[in-house]
Design a protein around this ligand. Structure first.
Ligand SMILES: Nc1ncnc2c1ncn2[C@@H]1O[C@H](COP(=O)(O)OP(=O)(O)OP(=O)(O)O)[C@@H](O)[C@H]1O
Length: 921
């Protein structure tokens, strides 16, 4: 073999060897590769099984071959076991628990099958709660190992709006879901509590035909396709009205108000055609959606693309009629309930409409205004009560921080008093006297509020009433006294709030739960009398009213003013700072200037026994028309009052009575009963001032100059009641024998009074002499001499208390003027000495002069100063100018009233009612 061949063979051997080696290596790699490929395929398969769900994989024909492969057997088995494990919790309990949940929160027509309720109008009034879910169909989880059905229900009223999205092929199903839901809603509650509005972009009529019978009872309104804005405006107005009328501060929603539902739900169903709404409609709809739920406005939007920024659930119906919902998520397939039997639906709606009409036409009475249980409500955030009815539904008046005060107007006989009774009865039945106090003042001639106070025929009284004012028409001071009280109370509350570092009554009640902080409602009927004159009383009343009207709201003090007099209210308009606070307006038929005229003339057309109730300062959209039941007839308010009176808390005091026609009894007066013999300066009671406490007009007989009293006026009775009250009150403060009473009667007509007074003083054990004209000079001279002797130190001992009660001092003028020799001193001089120096020596004159001029004639001007206190009866104000401040100018005399001024105590005079001293005639 040549070397060349040899070399070639060696190369060939080497190559062969290399090939063998490569072949061996490649064989290994391929096996390895095959194994890797197999592993990878299994993993991929597992990913597919677990990712898409083993249930889908099993149903997927493209995977059928793979599923049969032996290599994948183990993966399939493991995945199936894992699925069963994962679903175990759900399969064992999920569907059952869901069914139980729906049963619990969606009772009766909210979820039950229609045969159990359809055709029977509901009775629920919301007081036992509102279903939280409303059934629409049955759901399954297709991916579950053994799919089990469970009920599917959506949240509605107060919780969430509803959006139904569908395809043209499934629109019929969408209509059926909506119809079923509406039937569940209107059948659950008592007819009238759910109002349905339907708007369909495509048709004027035709949608929801089965519900049509509801229209005749006003429970279904079908809106014009071209006038969506009208429906949206209506809903917006409604939301505003609920905010101002029903949601008194503190309540965020009608639902939160609790109890019987007073505000019907408005369910607005909008059917579209897959196109977006116009921009302006879209925006308005969003506003309604945002604010509606809290006010009972529910939207059901069908086939309209929309985004809203408020709770909304969506039901999406596919072309094959299967549905998903946002409540159940995308893994639950929902089979929507079939439409309710088409022949039964209109019948059921007709039954609801009939029941509703029946309720509407039933004449609601005063008794219907009252709650089932008395005194259950809490007044922390305000008070609210129905006052009448609109189509069978109650219409409320609310007083709270946002609607603080009410103004009521209507001509005579239009029913203002009746309205007040309806309102007060409705409030008094709901709120305990610890929650609500009433102050009731009536300036009308007559006694329309007398019912609230104990009377001779009816001894019961309204436990909430703390003050009842009747027959006060000539005494505007009663109004001022009430306003003054309210203003003081307001300040007291504001101080307490400050101490607790809060600003409002509601917070104060939270911070001070044991405190007594009821809401106060003060009613003044015919309030215009208060502003009747241009004088000090009007000025004071205006200032106080403004104070209370502006700042009372946050302290829980509410004013209700009523007037028949247009000019009264017109005068009020001028005082805009006050008037603006009266956001609640009640207009009775033909009332003028109460509502925001001329735009709002609703009161003009109002039928008899109706009222416009408006919580928005009288602007038209705030109008609610209410028929007011008879609340003044027998068996109405009186019966309620008897019941409330019987339940009154033990120890509750009777209301203070302001009765302008009553003469206060001296003996019954707390100030008189409190008098006892004591050291120190006695107090003289002269009559009753006009204040809440019914206090006495008092003068303290200090041992200082000027402590004498003059009574001015022509009538002996008036003077006698003042002098009698004064002397008897002094007598109470001395032990028998320790004081001397010298009564001098110089006018015939006063004699019987003086005589009886002397007897009563003697009966009480006092020394009381009664002198006539013939002895007056001696009395005055002797008293003056005694005082002079005491002053010069001649007697050495201090004089005992001595009261000279002189009737008709002026009658002695001529007599006293005579000068007697040898000193040539006159009786006038003696009287002057007594007046000037008596008080320091415990000698005081209580004299009656029968006119201002007569007093001036009988005393030199310098001596007026020695009479520090006076009461004037039938004397014109200007005559009194020489004795008092310029305020006296405004005084015009009225029967049985005196103007009282104590120079040492008062800055302005007070009106006083003289006592009935208990003199037997
Ligand atoms: N809603 C009503 N239903 C039945 N009767 C009513 C109703 N409202 C008022 N009345 C009756 O009408 C009469 C007048 O009513 P009311 O005294 O309330 O009117 P007013 O506006 O207060 O009148 P005035 O200012 O003259 O006192 C009363 O006899 C009353 O019983």
């Amino acid at each position: 073999m040549s070397r060349r061949e040899e070399r070639r063979r060696r190369i060939e051997d080497a190559v062969e060897e290399f090939h063998r080696a490569v072949a061996a290596a490649l064989g290994n790699a391929s096996r390895e590769l095959g194994r890797l490929v197999e592993d990878r395929a299994r993993d991929m398969f597992e990913v597919v099984l677990r990712g898409d769900g083993v249930d889908r994989a099993l149903a997927d024909p493209s995977l059928a071959k793979a599923l049969r492969k032996k290599e994948f057997e183990r993966v399939l088995a493991a995945t199936l076991i894992d699925r069963v494990t994962a679903f175990r919790e759900w399969s064992e309990r999920g569907p059952r628990r869901l069914a139980e949940l729906v049963d619990a929160v969606a009772p009766g027509p909210a979820s039950w099958p229609p045969e159990r309720w359809l055709g029977r109008p509901g009775a629920a009034d919301g007081s036992d709660g509102v279903p939280e879910l409303w059934r629409i169909g049955t759901g399954v989880v297709p991916s579950a190992p053994e799919p089990q059905a469970f009920p599917v229900a959506v949240p509605l009223l107060d919780h969430s709006h509803l959006h139904v999205s569908c395809r043209p092929e499934s629109r019929v199903t969408a209509d059926a879901v909506v119809e079923n839901l509406l039937l569940r809603l209107v059948s659950y509650f008592q007819p009238g509590l759910v109002h349905v509005h339907v708007w369909d972009v495509n048709q004027l009529t035709g949608s929801l035909p089965g519900l049509y019978p509801l229209t005749r009872a006003g429970l279904l309104t079908v809106h014009d396709p071209a006038r969506l804005h009208e429906l949206l405006d209506e809903l917006s107005d409604h939301i505003r009205r609920v905010h101002t009328g029903v949601l008194v501060e503190g309540h965020q929603s009608v639902r939160a108000v609790g109890g019987r539902r007073t505000e019907p739900w408005r369910v607005a169903v909008l059917f579209g055609n897959r196109q977006a709404l116009k921009e302006e409609h879209q925006q308005q709809l969003q506003r309604v959606a945002r604010n509606g739920l809290a006010c009972g406005v529910q939207l059901i939007i069908v086939d309209i693309p929309i985004t809203v920024n408020s709770p909304i659930e969506t039901v999406t119906i596919a072309a094959d009629q299967s549905a998903t919902t946002t409540v159940t998520g995308r893994h639950v397939r929902v089979a929507l309930d079939p439409p309710f039997p088409p022949n039964q639906v209109p019948r059921a709606c007709a039954a609801i409409a009939d029941r509703r009409e029946e309720r509407r036409l039933r004449l609601s009475t005063f008794a219907d205004l009252l709650p089932e249980s008395l005194w259950r409500e809490d007044s922390s955030a305000g008070v609210v009560a129905p006052v009448g009815y609109h189509e069978g539904e109650p219409v409320h008046v609310a007083l709270g921080d946002t609607s603080p005060h009410a103004l009521i107007g209507g001509p005579s006989g239009s029913g203002k008093t009746n309205f007040l009774y309806a309102m007060l009865g409705s409030l008094a039945a709901r709120y305990h006297p610890d929650e609500l106090e009433l102050y009731l003042l009536d300036f009308k001639e007559g006694v329309s509020f007398a019912q609230f106070a104990p009377g001779r025929k009816d001894p019961t009284w309204l436990p909430h009433a703390r003050l009842v004012g009747v027959n006060v028409n000539t005494d505007r001071e009663f109004g001022v006294a009430l306003l003054k009280f309210l203003s003081d109370e307001m300040r007291r509350r504001a101080d307490a709030a400050k101490r607790h570092e809060v600003t409002k009554l509601e917070q104060l009640r939270e911070e001070d739960p044991d405190g007594h902080w009821p809401r106060i409602v003060a009613v003044v009927d015919e309030f215009q009398y208060l502003f009747g004159e241009r004088d000090q009383v009007t000025a004071q009343a205006t200032q106080l009213l403004e104070d209370v009207a502006r700042r009372g709201r946050s302290q829980g003090i509410h004013l209700v003013l009523s007037s028949q007099d247009v000019s009264g209210i017109e005068g009020f308009w001028g005082k805009s700072a006050i008037f603006e606070q009266f956001t609640v307006r009640i207009a009775l038929p033909k009332a003028r200037r109460v509502l925001a005229e001329p735009q709002n003339d609703a009161a003009v057309e109002l039928p008899r026994w109706h009222a416009v109730v408006n919580h928005e300062s009288g602007v038209r959209p705030g109008n609610e028309i209410a028929r007011i039941p008879d609340a003044t007839g027998r068996g109405t308010f009186d019966r309620l009052q008897a019941e409330l009176h019987a339940r009154r808390p033990p120890g509750l005091a009777e209301p203070v009575l302001f009765d302008g026609s009553k003469v206060p009894s001296l003996q019954a007066l707390p100030d008189f009963r409190a008098l006892r013999p004591a050291e120190g300066n006695p107090t003289v009671l002269l009559g009753q001032v006009i204040d809440m406490a019914g206090s006495a007009a008092k003068v303290r007989f200090a041992r200082t100059p000027g402590r004498n009293i003059a009574v001015l006026g022509s009538l002996a009775e008036d003077a006698a009641s003042v002098l009698g009250g004064a002397a008897l009150s002094l007598a109470q403060q001395h032990e028998p024998g320790q004081a001397r009473f010298s009564l001098a009667c110089l006018a015939q007509d006063a004699w019987p009074h003086a005589d009886r007074l002397a007897k009563r003083l003697r009966d009480a054990g006092h020394t009381a002499e009664l002198l006539g004209l013939d002895s007056i000079r001696d009395l005055v001279d002797a008293t003056a001499a005694g005082i002079t002797a005491s002053l010069t130190g001649e007697t050495g001992v201090s004089l005992p208390p001595h009261y000279l009660v002189v009737y008709a001092v002026d009658a002695a003028h001529t007599l006293l003027e005579q000068k007697t020799p040898p000193s040539r001193a006159s009786g006038v001089d003696s009287l002057r000495t007594v007046l000037k120096h008596g008080p320091e020596n415990r000698t005081h004159v209580l004299g009656w002069w029968r006119g201002v001029q007569r007093l001036k004639n009988s005393l030199p001007p310098g001596v007026y100063d020695d009479i520090g206190a006076w009461l004037a009866f039938d004397v014109q104000g200007k005559e009194l100018l020489s004795f008092g401040p310029e305020h006296v100018m405004a005084w015009s005399p009225r029967p049985h009233r005196a103007l009282f001024f104590d120079r040492f105590e008062h800055s302005r005079p007070q009106v006083v009612i003289p006592f009935d001293t208990g003199e037997e005639t």
